[in-house]
Design a binder for this molecule. Structure first.
Ligand code: GDP
Ligand code: MG
Length: 372
């Protein structure tokens, strides 16, 4: 759950609880063995010990499951799909630079300045194989989406600056990727810098179980310079090799399931959302539901800013035609008809209200008993 007692915490970290209490006491924090720590508190405390704690995730049944909106894959329709990649790492270690460099050097084969718009993700092609990079989720978005059952990553790139080494957000990123059971590729960045010490980074990461094959582990490491475009090809190559092992497949023929990455209200176009299609295909004119909203696809705009009629699994796309603005992390399902869509949305809203009421009741009962 979201909480852990100090005793459980000490057990997870293999610490003596008495020592831990003393240590906290010296810092002016009063705890007993039965004190309850929030997950955030525990995480912060764990960082002081350079450790990670594991959180039990509660994933609720999504409305898609509840209403059986998801069409089943047909074995004979399964095709290889592009891997979906998220870049994570400590601030200033080069996430944005890496995303930019990959985009600039690989989008549409040198079509300079050809990117007219920025949507929440983009695809590059290498040796005829596509790779999808997610541009949006920071760490919070990533965990938030996962908590809602929206898995948006097949492989995580952990970027670590060679002149700075492992930092708190590096550790956080590792813990998120591990919790999601997503394979990690380490990109040691800024190797062009005079103070770069890639070996130190490798040594530091050993503690977190990220060990290169040549050191007896199974984590791929690539030494890069995002700024000077060095070894970026090698990184893409490594991504494709890792993806091959994962055997990522999707049914391209069924109705789409997608995840909202970003959304906004455009003064001219109305509600617009950047959606990552996870399964199936989506066509202009199709009806869809998306949590508390629904719509009919009015236009699909790909990552190159082109209008297209149809998009497929692993493709990011901007969708026009939402009734109201959806939220990041909402799951979109293409469905058969508008009448059904409206009914589902009504039901979703009704159930959310009910849940909210129950929650309020629970809270007031608790505060009531405290007063006694
Ligand atoms: P982010 O916070 O992880 O998105 O990091 P940024 O991409 O914004 O990079 C932070 C700073 O490091 C910027 O000033 C970049 O120009 C610089 N930087 C990023 N990659 C490299 C690199 O490979 N070499 C050098 N020398 N600087 C880099
Ligand atoms: Mg950045």
């Amino acid at each position: 759950g979201d909480e852990i007692t100090l005793k459980e915490f000490a057990e997870q970290l293999k610490l003596n609880p008495t020592d831990l209490i003393k240590k906290l006491f010296l810092k002016g924090k009063m705890f007993t063995i039965n004190s309850v720590l929030s997950y955030e508190q525990a995480e912060e405390l764990a960082l002081e010990y350079d450790a990670l704690i594991e959180k039990e995730e509660v994933v609720e049944e999504s409305f898609g499951e509840k209403f059986s909106l998801e069409e089943k894959d047909k074995e004979e329709n399964l095709e290889e799909r592009a891997p979906i990649i998220t870049i994570m790492g400590h601030v200033d270690h080069g996430k944005t630079s890496l995303l930019d460099t990959i985009r600039k050097t690989n989008v549409a084969g040198g079509e300079a300045g050809g990117i007219t718009q920025k949507i929440g993700a983009y695809q590059v092609e290498r040796h005829g194989k596509k790779i999808t990079f997610i541009d949006t989720p920071g760490h919070e978005a990533f965990t938030e989406m996962r908590a809602r059952g929206a898995e948006v990553t097949d492989i995580a790139i952990l970027i670590v600056a060679a002149d700075d080494g492992v930092k708190p957000q590096t550790i956080e990123a590792i813990s998120h990727a591990k919790a999601a059971e997503v394979p990690i590729i380490v990109a040691i960045n800024k190797i062009d810098k005079p103070g770069a010490d890639p070996t130190r980074v490798r040594t530091e990461l050993m503690e977190y179980g990220l060990i290169a094959p040549e050191w007896g582990g199974d984590t791929e490491f690539v030494e890069i310079s995002a700024k000077f475009n060095k070894n970026i090809d090698m990184l893409l190559e490594t991504i494709l090799l890792t993806a091959e092992i994962l055997e990522l497949k999707a049914d391209f023929k069924k109705r789409a399931k997608g995840i909202v990455l970003e959304s906004r209200l455009d003064p001219k176009l109305g509600p617009v959302a950047d959606v990552l299609i996870k399964e199936g295909n989506l066509k202009v004119g199709e009806v869809f539901v998306c949590d508390e909203t629904f719509g009919k696809v009015r236009a699909l705009i790909n990552d190159k800013g082109e209008r297209v009629n149809k998009v497929y699994a692993s493709q990011p796309v901007e969708i026009l035609g939402f009734d109201t603005v959806p939220n990041a992390g909402d799951v979109l399902y293409a469905i058969k008809n508008e009448k059904q869509a409206k009914k589902i949305v009504e039901e979703v809203i009704k159930q959310k209200k009910l849940k909210e009421q129950n929650r309020t009741k629970h809270v007031s009962l608790e505060s009531f008993s405290k007063q006694l």
